[in-house]
Design a protein around this ligand. Sequence first.
Ligand SMILES: [Ca+2]
Ligand SMILES: [Ca+2]
Length: 487
Amino acid sequence: MAGTRKNRSFFLTRSGLVLLLLKSARHYASPNYTKKKLNPVHFSRQVHMEKSQRSAGRFLRGRLSTAVITVLALLTFALAANAQVPTGFIVMFQPGTAEAARADSAQRAGAVMRFNYSIVDAIAVTALDANAFAILQQDRSVIAIIPDWPIYGDGAQLPSIGPAATGSTQTIPAGVKRVGVPRRGSNGNGIGVAIVDTGINFTHRDLAPANRWFSAFGTSCEDDNGHGTHVTGIVAALDNSVDVVGVAPSAKPYCVKVLNSTFTGSDSNLIAGLDWIFRNHAIVSPRIRAVNMSLGRNGTLNDDPALRAAVRKLYNLGIVMLVAAGNDPSLEVSQRVPAGYPEVLAIAATTAVDGQNSCLLASPIRADTATYFTTDGRYNPNKRIGITISAPGDEEEDIDILCSMVSALGILSTRAGGGTERRSGTSMATPHVTGIVARLMQSGMSGVENIRGFIRSSADRIGIAPLDSPTTGYSFDGEREGIARAP
Ligand SMILES: [Ca+2]
Ligand SMILES: [Ca+2]
C-alpha cells in the first residue's frame, strides 16, 4: 500500500440539524446522477492548495463534518456486491499435459468440465464434491486446484441511465473531446480491439462489431446488460451523423462475452475469453491487438495462477490489455485482479469538464479531478504495478446547494437497444485509453511497454492532474500521472 494513502479518519456528527438537512436533501436526487457526500478532511486539503478559497473552506469544514453515515451505507453496498463465493474450480495441470488427458482426469473424478483451455494448461470445472476433489488432488498431472472467483463489471454503483436519444445529429462526447477528437489518419483504422464484457448490441446503428465473436455462456454475443455496448461506443462509435463518436471510430470491435445480464462472470469465463483471443487474434482481419477489460474483482497477484498465466501469454504476444482500476476508492489498484497485474495497463477515472456549483461556499469541481469512485495507486516502474494513466470516467461532478453532496453526470455513449445513455465508472475511463492505443498502433507503434511508456510521457497535465477530489473516499496516491492524450 502506498504510504501516502489510507490516512482517512471518520468524524462524528457535530450538528444534528445539518445532518437532518442532508438526509432530506437526498430525496431530491435526480435518477440521472450518482451521489457522494463531501469529506471535510479532503476539503481542507483542497483549501490548503487553493489559497484564494481558504476562508470559504474553513466555514465548510464546520458545516460538512456530518457526511459519514451515508458514505458507510454506500460502502456496505459495494462490499455486498463484491462478496466472493467460488462458483467452481480451475484445475491446472503439469505443463504439456494434452487437452485429451486433462479431460480424462476430469472424467475419472466425475467432475463436470466447462472449459479446456489452449492458452494455459488448465481446465475449468463446476463445483466439486469432496470425492471428486480428492481424486483430482491425488492426480499426479494436477498441480493446482484454484477456486473460480466471481468477476464483475466496473460500472458505477448506481448506473445513470437516461432515455434513448433519437436525434439525427452526432454528439462528440466530452470525454472524447478531452482525450483528443479522432481525425483522418488517426481514428484506429485497421486495428482490432477485443471488448471483453457483457457483449455488444450488434444491431446498434452507431456500432459495427466484427462478425467473429465469442461467448463464454454458449449463447450469442448480444449484450443483455448494456455495459459492454456503452464501453464499445467509447472506443469505436462510428463517425457518422447520428448518436456519438468514439475515440477510435474506425477501429474494429470484437465481442468477447464473459459477463452475463447481471454483470457477473468468473475467472474461468475470463480465461475462456482470453483463450479465444489467443487462438484467434492473428487469424481474424483486422488482427486483435488491444483488449479492453472494464471488469475485475478484489484479489491478489497470485490468487489465480491460471488467470495470471493467461494474461502473461497475451502480454508476450504484444497484445495491449487495458483494465479498469475499480470503483472503490478505499482500495489500492494492487488489490484488484486483473488491474493489479504488471502485464496490463490499469486506468483510473477523472472528470472531463468543470462541474457546476450551487454551493456558494465551495469551489466547483474542476475538469481533470479524480472521480469520487476511482480506485487508484501510484505506478511502480520496477514492479510495473499501479495506475498507468487517468482518463474521463464521468463527464462532470457538481456540488449541491447545501454544499454537502456531489452529483456525477455520466459519460455519454451507445445504449443497448439503440440511441445513447450516460454511465459512470472506471469502466468508462478505460475504453478512452483503449481508443488511444488503437490510434497509436495505427501510427506504427507496437510493444506493450513502448505504448505504456508513450502514454505516460505524452499525457496532458503531468504533475498537475488528477486534481484532488473533495469527496469522502478519496485520498491522494502520491502521483499526478496526467490525463491520457490521443496522438
Ligand atoms: Ca456516430
Ligand atoms: Ca495518481
